[in-house]
Design a protein around this ligand. Structure first.
Ligand SMILES: Nc1ncnc2c1ncn2[C@@H]1O[C@H](COP(=O)(O)OP(=O)(O)OP(=O)(O)O)[C@@H](O)[C@H]1O
Length: 367
């Protein structure tokens, strides 16, 4: 199989007439979602369950097996076996990459240099060490099952000698305009996957680019729109549509799939954000009634930001004096809002969980 020669961007082969209705409904759905997002006072903290969930689901597409509660428990000091620890670290790295890239977009654009920095954080693990973290590939790679060769591969990305030119064109395309931002976003994700510029982690970096791109283009007020839930549920179709891009009508079919994903996920994310906001408002009243503390807002933000924690983490996050923190946590535990994932024993501190929020992030009852 020969290396793929990617189409130049912007594309001139899209059947816009076929896409027009979906462009309208997808834009309307994401605009409604963004309206809701704009009403959230501190989205990075209040909506942290969304980010946790995205990190887990995007990593799951290629088989990383870790759940939101396992990741949070790991960060609160609970130990897992080495295999699970690897998987959890990949999810932690994904979330770190998302957070750092989101922050850096406040004063810079998406560039190849940012993409390399993102990759370095994503691959910062034992497993990623031999995968050239933060470096674009200089070798030919291919997509296929574990034992496939270049001849039996499903897809052979572009020749490494041509890759720098393609990447520069890709960077220019991101900073430029196309007929519609959502169509452009669909093309950005797919072209990144086609270029497959890294040895590993291309799927995850490509999915991270989606909210970052929509934020840069001001379609979103904050880079918090995640598509991995849909892509994971429709993994076969996701791969099939990417695979078919080189064939007649393949780009239009891909964009159609992507717009459908955006619309579906915007509606699902809107419901999810409403659920989180309603829990936040309910807890605002309850935490204040239960603790009678002037620190109620800080308490609430601390348990929303990190819903599984040790007392020491909680004190650091909330900045509440130690004795007050101990009293407050006991009251919340007695009221059933917090439960012990691990009781204290000897020098080992207890690990507490705000189960309702973990369940929200996980999308099912786990605690
Ligand atoms: N035929 C194809 N053409 C282009 N891209 C593809 C094709 N099939 C799959 N992909 C993309 O390649 C990604 C896998 O690439 P890679 O293994 O480098 O990334 P990753 O981030 O390690 O995997 P991931 O999705 O593995 O967690 C898929 O998630 C998908 O986005």
């Amino acid at each position: 199989m020969k290396p793929y020669v990617p189409d130049s961007l912007p594309l001139d082969c899209l059947d816009v007439g076929r896409l027009i209705r979906r462009v309208g409904t997808a834009n309307a759905a994401i605009a409604r979602y963004d309206g809701l997002l704009q009403s959230v006072v501190n989205p990075a903290v209040v909506l942290s369950p969304l980010t946790q969930r995205e990190a887990v689901l995007s990593s799951r597409i290629e088989g990383t097996q870790a759940t939101v509660d396992e990741v949070l428990e790991y960060e609160a000091g609970i130990e897992f076996d080495p295999e699970k620890t690897h998987d959890i670290k990949e999810v932690v790295n994904y979330r770190k990459t998302l957070t750092l890239a989101s922050e850096s977009l406040a004063d810079r654009a998406i560039t190849l240099s940012l993409i390399k920095q993102m990759h370095a954080i994503l691959m910062d693990s034992v497993r990623g060490a031999e995968k050239s973290p933060g470096q674009f590939r200089i070798e030919q790679n291919w997509i296929g099952s574990g034992d496939s060769t270049i001849d039996t591969a499903k897809f052979v990305p572009p020749d490494p000698l041509q890759l720098p030119n393609h990447l520069e064109a890709f960077e220019r395309y991101i900073s430029g305009e196309d007929i519609d931002t959502l169509i452009q976003c669909a093309v950005v994700h797919a072209q990144f996957e086609i270029l497959h510029p890294f040895k590993d982690g291309n799927g995850r970096i490509g999915r991270l680019l989606i909210p970052l791109f929509l934020f840069q283009k001001r379609t979103l007020a904050s880079p918090m729109f995640y598509l991995s839930e849909y892509l994971e549920e429709n993994r076969e179709r996701y791969y099939q549509r990417l695979r078919a891009i080189g064939s007649e009508g393949g780009w239009t079919a891909w964009v159609e799939f992507f717009l459908q994903a955006i619309e579906h996920q915007a509606l699902a994310n809107t419901e999810r954000v409403k659920g989180i906001l309603s829990l936040y408002n309910e807890m605002k009243t309850r935490v204040s009634e239960i603790t009678h503390s002037q620190h109620s807002p800080a308490i609430l933000d601390a348990i929303f930001d990190r819903p599984i924690f040790q007392t020491a983490d909680f004190i650091e996050r909330s900045q509440i004096p130690k004795p007050t923190a101990a009293t407050v946590l006991k009251k919340l535990k007695d009221a059933g809002i917090l439960t012990a994932v691990r009781e204290a024993s000897g020098s080992r501190p207890a690990v507490l969980a705000f189960g309702k929020l973990v369940n929200q992030a996980e999308g099912r009852k786990v605690l």
